[in-house]
Design a protein around this ligand. Structure first.
Ligand SMILES: O=C(O)C(=O)C[C@H](O)[C@H](O)COP(=O)(O)O
Length: 184
């Protein structure tokens, strides 16, 4: 709850909570309850059970590191909520054929970063990307300046250490700094 408030206070509108620990689902519900205006998505969604639990907890969107036939089938009516991870042009084309228009480039820094996104914009101008993995305060602005990038994701704004020590003001400050670096 305090993390959700700190992110909103810092001017961010959207957060992703990865399901890498048993606390993930509870955290999504707590964040939505504390800050209904914050869009809270579930990340690391790998299975039908993750999809069901996330939607039940109030997740506004779903994110996965990639896509599998099992996960695709399990999405069912929730397919429009999913931002699937891709790392190549072929994966991007397959996801588009399945109906996805917004994709996560993951891991962005290893999958080619800014030059890869510029190159993909040529043949695949109809696709939008959310790079995550290796995005930082230093390079977020460069990513967001690309016409095929609609969002970036990164853990630098709220690190494990920030959350463990309850440094909510520090998280709000980093959120503000990120936004001002991006808009300048
Ligand atoms: O598992 C998922 O669904 C994810 O969304 C992955 C995370 O977004 C990135 O791993 C964050 O990467 P860093 O900002 O470099 O820490």
């Amino acid at each position: 709850a305090p993390l959700a408030k700190a992110l909103l206070e810092g001017g961010l509108t959207t957060a992703e909570v990865t399901l890498r620990t048993p606390a993930g689902i509870g955290a999504i519900a707590a964040m939505k309850a504390a800050a209904p205006d914050l869009l809270v998505g579930a990340g690391t969604v790998l299975s039908g059970e993750d999809v069901r639990n996330s939607v039940e907890a109030g997740a506004d969107f779903l994110v996965s590191p990639g896509m599998s036939s099992g996960l695709l089938a399990a999405l069912g009516e929730h397919r429009p909520l999913m931002i699937p991870g891709v790392a190549t042009a072929s994966e991007a084309m397959s996801r588009h054929e399945e109906g996805f228009e917004m994709l996560k480039l993951f891991p962005a820094n290893i999958a080619g970063g800014v030059p890869a996104l510029k190159a993909l914009a040529g043949p695949l101008p109809h696709l939008q990307f959310m790079p995550t993995g290796g995005v930082s305060a230093e390079n977020a602005g460069e990513y967001l300046a690309l016409k095929n990038v609609v969002a970036v994701g990164g853990s630098w704004v709220a690190t494990q250490a920030d959350v463990d020590s309850g440094d909510w003001q520090g998280i709000s400050r980093k959120a503000r700094e990120a936004l001002s670096a991006i808009s300048s």
